[in-house]
Write a protein that binds this ligand. Structure first.
Ligand SMILES: *[C@@H]1O[C@H](CO)[C@@H](O)[C@H](O)[C@H]1NC(C)=O
Ligand SMILES: *[C@@H]1O[C@H](CO)[C@@H](O)[C@H](O)[C@H]1NC(C)=O
Ligand SMILES: *[C@@H]1O[C@H](CO)[C@@H](O)[C@H](O)[C@H]1NC(C)=O
Ligand SMILES: *[C@@H]1O[C@H](CO)[C@@H](O)[C@H](O)[C@H]1NC(C)=O
Ligand SMILES: *[C@@H]1O[C@H](CO)[C@@H](O)[C@H](O)[C@H]1NC(C)=O
Ligand SMILES: *[C@@H]1O[C@H](CO)[C@@H](O)[C@H](O)[C@H]1NC(C)=O
Ligand SMILES: *[C@@H]1O[C@H](CO)[C@@H](O)[C@H](O)[C@H]1NC(C)=O
Ligand SMILES: *[C@@H]1O[C@H](CO)[C@@H](O)[C@H](O)[C@H]1NC(C)=O
Length: 784
């Protein structure tokens, strides 16, 4: 049996929902032999004449808007034909309601929102929260506002966590007048109904150590059941909640793990998520439980969760608390959040004193660790996918503290740049899917990007909620309480197309041609350090993804098998992790020198520029001719056998084409690699490759080809001569993936690869062939 490793997280399981599971596309590590058929994406495109649909302002949802504003004031100028002030606000609000929700892609490969090609100057304004007095309905103010909050002085009424009673009372009215709340409420009811008839979650210890999927699935169900109970008063939901509660205590009709350590403290994430699930059941349904049931829940939570949690802080005798010390990753957020929610739920009823003792330590620990998850540019230091786990934990913990005690105790401000993490999430989301470098994590279940909705209000960053509200994972109970219906405008109005994240830990860039066109161009590339990412990184300096025409042309392979030998043990140069293909440099979209992994001590330097374009009000983004961005990384320090090496990426021709250039002087063989799901055809000259995918075409050309530089293809698997894997270990197959390759002997080159997506309506002569400019000479105008 493999030796126990506390860092082992959960295996990527086959989703119980199959390909209908909205989380499926972000979950890798199991094989997807045939990808789900993609629904045709509407053909509104940037380069033809856009069809402008003027949405008529004035249509009203719910009949509450429009008559409510007679006393309100607005200082901005009015739209033509309306009186200033109140009427203008009213028109903005009714325009917003007339627009309703945008469709979320369903049965598509990528589940992205589908924005119509629309110009609507009334609704698509700068993101803002309107004054409550100017809108039909808004959350009432919380009357619980202690002047000197204390973590152990909780509000007198229930629920305490995230959704206080005054919000439940207001919710039906808000639902009736806000299309998002209305749609989400419907979906939650539908989901709860679907879970209702399922048997309680079946205990499944995943190989070495994880029952995290079980814990998160139970939490997801309990949230939905408790929500629907409170919206209907139908006690069948309380009884169904109890089934999950009893089941997770081992008191159901089937066994649930070992009685000694049922919530699996050796993998404390599981323990914490069970605590959070119990906390919601206990608190949201408090009045429905008998004294006996409440005592049973407290007993079970203390025995399997809060007691072991407190032990972590009291010397950690069982050695399960590594996450509590100097870990600024998702583990610290999830573990402290679950313990804190559990403690807040039972505080006052708890006769063990565990709850009060935990609240004296978890908050401070989370401030020092969890809250430091984002770098000073907002990038989550694990990976784009682990951002979900970390911020969900941080937002649940912070929101619970605010509602239960009236204070966040500094969790929102301990890191002065935490508010930038929403920007990280927006830019790391491509036009098809995430720039999903590194490990992707286990199934998400109760984990979502809805922390964006919470942060929008807490940091006055309305664009975060406007962005998230149309995403496929928006509908769930937290959103109902985090969403502020005074929000107005469009996230894309004023949103820069490019961003450079410059912190040395994760230098990376994202560039795009539109925020609202699923067919738009998106290219993202990273450099950064290869260590200090909680061992979730790949050896991937120079790695990139490229989206265009509604599909991903250059993509990632995702996580390896988390149960592989020593997968998480070390990120040192000689670590076993770096033997697995998906983690090796050859498994990334970058340059391989001497067929060797990159140097884990890499310290790249980056330079960049952008014309600074922002999208306007319209969903139809018109890119001007000189609009561009470029980013150049000196990656010499990432390689062992190079004298100098810089990689640059830029858009050209009004963001219709992408150039990736490698100026390299290497002593070892050079191999340019890019992983693609496309079918690749190489022309007779060898310098042009035609990629076909999802009914679209991308032509990739080697410009000014150095002598001998031609495209070849190879499988996405280990190269001959690679060091052997540990005995008995294997790589995951990557079916359907081809590697586009350029091989060159040692030497000095400027290797220029041009990507020409075959946009509809564009002639061959409309593509530009840029002249050769050394990376040191790149500027905003060097390729005009
Ligand atoms: C919430 O959704 C359910 C299911 O669609 C519906 O029956 C209920 O009326 C909705 N609640 C409100 C307040 O509209
Ligand atoms: C919740 O319901 C929506 C709408 O039917 C569905 O798309 C989604 O897959 C469901 N989510 C889960 C986790 O079952
Ligand atoms: C549920 O019961 C509460 C408390 O009696 C009441 O305020 C609420 O209106 C009821 N909700 C429904 C949907 O019947
Ligand atoms: C489960 O059963 C045990 C043993 O009877 C009991 O001590 C505990 O309180 C029960 N917990 C729950 C949540 O039912
Ligand atoms: C983040 O906070 C800083 C300081 O308050 C502020 O200047 C900045 O605009 C905020 N950024 C975002 C995206 O909200
Ligand atoms: C291939 O497609 C799958 C499913 O969309 C995606 O997860 C993966 O990243 C793609 N692989 C590459 C190399 O683009
Ligand atoms: C890596 O090197 C360190 C230090 O020399 C050594 O202790 C460790 O066993 C090596 N690990 C592997 C997997 O070879
Ligand atoms: C490449 O780098 C390795 C590690 O530093 C070194 O052992 C080897 O001699 C180098 N090879 C060449 C061709 O420079």
């Amino acid at each position: 049996m493999a030796s126990y490793n506390p860092l082992v997280e959960n295996r990527q399981g086959q989703s119980p929902y199959g390909s209908a599971d909205p989380y499926y596309h972000e979950s890798t590590g199991y094989i997807t032999p045939s990808r789900p058929a993609k629904r045709g994406i509407s053909k509104w495109i940037k380069f033809g004449l856009p069809i402008l649909i003027l949405v008529i302002a004035g249509a009203v949802v719910g009949g509450v808007v429009g008559s409510h504003h007679s006393g309100s004031k607005s200082s901005s100028s009015s739209a033509a034909g309306s009186t200033p002030g109140a009427a203008e606000v009213s028109s903005a609000v009714s325009a917003k309601n007339a627009v309703g929700r945008f469709a979320t892609g369903t049965n598509t490969e990528f589940f992205m929102p589908e924005y119509p090609a629309t110009t609507n100057t009334a609704a698509f304004t700068s993101p803002t929260f309107l004054p409550a007095s100017d809108v039909a309905v808004a959350w009432p103010k919380d009357s619980f506002a202690p002047s000197s909050p204390s973590a152990t002085q909780v509000r007198p009424d229930r629920p305490r966590l995230i959704a206080p009673a005054y919000k439940w009372a207001a919710l039906p009215t808000l639902i009736s007048s806000d299309p998002y709340l209305k749609g989400w409420n419907d979906t939650i009811f539908g989901n709860a109904t679907a879970y209702f008839s399922l048997p309680p979650v079946v205990y499944h210890m995943d190989g070495a150590s994880g029952i995290l999927d079980n814990a998160r699935e139970i939490k997801q169900r309990i949230k939905a059941f408790a929500y629907v109970y409170r919206m209907t008063n139908d006690t069948k939901w309380v009884d169904r909640t109890w089934q999950e509660v009893a089941n997770a205590a081992g008191n159901g009709t089937t066994t649930f793990g070992p009685a000694t350590d049922r919530w699996n403290t050796v993998h404390f994430l599981d323990t914490a998520e069970f605590c959070a699930a119990y906390a919601i059941a206990y608190d949201w349904l408090y009045d429905m439980w008998t004294d006996d049931q409440r005592a049973q829940m407290r007993f079970t939570m203390n025995l399997y969760g809060l007691g072991p949690g407190l032990a972590v802080y009291n010397g950690d005798p069982n050695g399960v608390g590594w996450w509590s010390k100097n870990i600024n990753g998702n583990w610290n957020c999830v573990c402290n959040s679950g313990l804190t929610m559990g403690a807040l739920a039972i505080l006052g009823d708890d006769t063990t004193n565990n709850a009060a003792s935990l609240l004296a330590v978890t908050i401070n620990d989370a401030k020092q660790n969890c809250a430091q998850g984002p770098s000073d540019d907002g990038t989550w230091s694990e990976t784009a996918n682990y951002w979900y786990f970390g911020t969900t934990g941080h937002a649940e913990m912070t929101s619970s503290l605010i509602t239960a005690t009236g204070s966040d105790f500094g969790l929102l401000s301990a890191n002065a740049n935490f508010n930038l993490t929403g920007l990280f999430h927006m830019h790391v989301t491509g036009t098809t899917s995430l720039f999903n470098y590194g490990d992707h994590g286990p199934n998400k279940f109760s984990t979502t990007a809805n922390s964006m909705i919470f942060y929008a209000s807490q940091y006055n960053a309305p664009q975060y909620a406007l962005f998230q509200r149309d995403q496929h994972d928006a509908p769930e109970p937290w959103s109902m309480f985090w969403y502020d219906p005074t929000i107005n405008g469009a996230f894309w109005d004023g949103m820069p197309l490019d961003h450079f994240f410059d912190n040395q830990l994760d230098q990376w860039t994202a560039m795009r041609s539109s925020w609202t066109d699923n067919n738009a161009l998106y290219v993202a590339m990273k450099a950064g350090q290869l260590q200090n990412h909680q061992t979730h990184n790949d050896l991937d300096c120079g790695d990139f993804v490229l989206d265009a025409l509604g599909t991903r042309w250059a993509g990632e392979l995702g996580s390896g098998d988390y149960l592989s030998q020593d997968y998480f043990t070390s990120d040192a140069q000689n670590a076993t992790r770096w033997l697995y293909y998906r983690k090796r440099t050859e498994g990334q979209n970058t340059i391989l020198v001497n067929q060797q992994n990159q140097n884990v001590a890499a310290l790249p330097k980056v330079t960049h520029g952008t014309t600074g374009d922002t999208q306007g009000s319209s969903t139809v983004m018109t890119v001007s001719g000189d609009s561009t961005a470029y980013w150049v990384a000196d990656l010499s320090s990432a390689y062992f056998n190079v004298t100098s090496f810089s990689r640059g990426v830029r858009t050209i021709n009004a963001r219709k084409q992408v150039l990736i250039q490698d100026d390299i002087n290497a002593q070892g063989t050079i191999m340019w690699r890019m992983h693609t799901n496309a079918t690749v055809t190489i022309d007779s000259s060898g310098t042009s490759a035609t990629l076909a995918l999802d009914g679209q075409t991308m032509v990739v050309q080697i410009l000014n080809a150095p002598s001998g530089a031609t495209f070849t293809t190879g499988p996405a698997s280990r190269l001959d001569g690679d060091p052997a894997l540990p005995t008995g270990q294997s790589d995951q197959p990557n079916p359907g993936v081809t590697v586009l390759i350029i091989n060159l002997p040692a030497g000095t080159y400027s290797l220029q690869v041009l990507f020409n997506p075959q946009w509809s309506g564009m002639q061959a002569s409309d593509f530009k062939t840029p002249s050769s400019v050394p990376l040191s000479g790149w500027s905003l105008t060097s390729h005009n």
